[in-house]
Design a protein. Structure first.
Length: 345
């Protein structure tokens, strides 16, 4: 077929250049203007497509991997899906160590993409041999011809967003962005994007969102990894029980913590009010914006960009399931939000 600008060789050419969409309804009454960087428009439906392609192509260029090799990774689901997608097209086997906190939807998607999946208990110490960090390391050591991506401690995680997400946001806002709000898990998204934006304008405020039960905010403020901060929480892909080197804390101005329940309800609110079907961490990011607004962080001149990392389809068995929401105490049985379904007998 003759090549045209409307035909892509494969889905990898669709990674990046995601839209910036103004938020009009959920931000009603807030000072400033608010824009969502909607990463669900990537072909793998998350921001992790960017790092999967960047890291694997970098490894190819250096001769570290070749077709037929095995890619091993630790993931809460999104990075694993992106790596499985890229691996399928490039001829690599993919083995993933996944947290049991990951939704069933995510795990099923990983298997569908051809990945071998090892589900590991979420609520164990990072150095526990059962943790998904240690399981991935063991699989890598036991698998000849394998490469361990190790996104939590891979500088290329930051570099991918420095090279793509940051420049896109700068261009899309005509350099007028005043605040970036992003969740921090591995830290690659917020760190790489922030690094680029701060080089353009050091006055841009970088506001990280953390989870209760995570150590990131306190480490940022004190330099101390306080294990007493660690306890189980529900949000996937947000916060950590260790300190990833892929988080450049020097680029982040402050952290705000959000709760599991409010983040879940805010994700649902985004769908209802903005027509954007987004994931759990997108709800967390927007919940953080609400709290920051209440604290008076923004003014009439603020131009706030919020990164929405993934798509809501990965949480159908969790935050978009009334029974799961009620079971976790996030949704009052008497005030069900999805009450539009009626069965006619």
């Amino acid at each position: 077929m003759k090549e045209t600008k409307k035909v892509y060789k494969n889905v990898l050419e669709l990674i990046g250049n995601t839209p910036l969409i103004e938020l009009n309804n959920i931000t009603e009454g807030m000072k400033g203007s608010y824009f969502a960087k909607v990463e669900a428009f990537n072909p793998g439906h998350s921001a992790k497509d960017r790092i999967a392609l960047h890291i694997l192509e970098n490894a190819e260029a250096k001769g570290i991997i070749k077709p037929g090799d095995t890619i091993v990774e630790t993931t809460s689901g999104n990075t694993g899906f992106s790596i499985a997608m890229v691996s399928a097209l490039k001829g690599y086997k993919c083995i993933l160590a996944v947290s049991s906190k990951s939704s069933k939807d995510k795990i099923d998607m990983l298997k569908t993409m051809g990945a071998e999946v090892h589900v590991c208990p979420a609520h164990v110490a990072a150095d526990d041999p059962r943790s998904y960090y240690e399981v991935a390391k063991r699989i890598h050591l036991e698998t000849p011809g394998s490469v361990y991506i190790n996104q939590y401690f891979n500088e290329l995680n930051i570099e991918a967003h420095y090279a793509s997400t940051g420049p896109e946001i700068w261009e899309q806002t005509n350099g007028e962005i005043t605040h970036l709000v992003a969740c921090s898990g591995t830290g690659g998204t917020i760190s790489g994007t922030a690094r680029f934006l701060k080089e353009k304008n050091p006055g841009i405020q970088i506001l990280g969102i953390d989870a209760y039960g995570s150590v990131l905010q306190k480490f940022h403020e004190t330099g101390e990894l306080d294990k007493n901060e660690i306890y189980p929480y529900r949000i996937e892909g947000l916060g950590k029980n260790l300190i990833p080197s892929a988080t450049d804390f020097s680029q982040i101005d402050s952290f705000t913590k959000v709760t599991d329940g409010e983040s879940a309800l805010t994700a649902r609110e985004i769908a209802r009010k903005e027509g954007l079907f987004v994931g759990y961490t997108s709800g967390a990011a927007m919940q953080g914006v609400k709290q920051l607004n209440e604290e008076g962080v923004f003014d009439a001149n603020s131009k706030v960009v919020i990164i929405f990392p993934d798509h809501g389809s990965r949480y159908m068995s969790k935050i978009y399931d009334d029974e799961w929401m009620k079971l976790n105490g996030f949704l009052d049985e008497a005030v069900q939000e999805t009450k539009a379904v009626q069965y006619i007998k």
